[in-house]
Design a protein around this ligand. Structure first.
Ligand code: 5GP
Length: 172
């Protein structure tokens, strides 16, 4: 049986996203920022985040998949949508839903850097530390969790729960 245990309410998410957006707007004052969202999980977060930013942005998405329908990492990352805009010499912020082992992000950082951007920083909705395998500098994160499998606000379990406005811990 699947049980959903509340982790972050809609209001709490809204507040945390606004706080992070304020920091980003401050750090990139008078600069243009390219947001690169990691599909599919980050699309809800990115959509709220970009509307809270006070700097001009351009955006694109890349799609990486590593998990299939389970809750543990397969370790192999597949890029199913490549970058479609020119980021050479630009300031880039990669927007991710959740960093777990860090394997996906470390692969994607190298991929993004290969296009020659001026800078690359990381913004993650959730920083889950329990199973980190590679060290990743997360420049902006909304919330730290130690463990568990989270769903809602864009995050899925076998494509379910992405539409929930809150974030839950899924117990199987
Ligand atoms: P990593 O490569 O850091 O282990 O995993 C990153 C990706 O795995 C995330 O972008 C996300 O798609 C998926 N993932 C990791 N932990 C969770 C979780 O708790 N819930 C959900 N829904 N996806 C997760």
């Amino acid at each position: 049986m699947r049980v959903l245990v509340p982790v972050l309410t809609k209001d709490a998410i809204e507040k945390k996203v606004a706080e992070v957006a304020l920091k980003i707007s401050d750090d990139y004052k008078d600069r243009e920022l390219i947001l690169i969202g990691i599909l599919k999980g980050a699309f809800v977060f990115m959509s709220d985040l970009m509307r809270c930013l006070a700097v001009p942005v351009k955006l694109d998405f890349i799609c990486a998949s590593s998990y299939g329908a389970g809750t543990t990492t397969s370790g192999s990352i597949k890029l199913t949508k490549e970058l479609g805009i020119d980021i050479k010499g630009k300031d880039v912020l990669i927007v991710e839903d959740i960093v777990d082992t860090g394997l996906t992000l470390s692969y994607l950082i190298d991929y993004v850097k290969s296009f020659g951007p001026a800078s690359v920083k990381i913004c993650a909705l959730l920083d889950k530390r329990e199973r980190r395998k590679v060290e990743i500098k997360i420049d902006y994160s909304c919330h730290v969790v130690e463990e568990g499998f989270l769903v809602g606000y864009g995050l899925d379990y076998a494509e379910d729960y992405r539409n929930l406005p809150e974030i839950y811990h899924l117990k199987l």
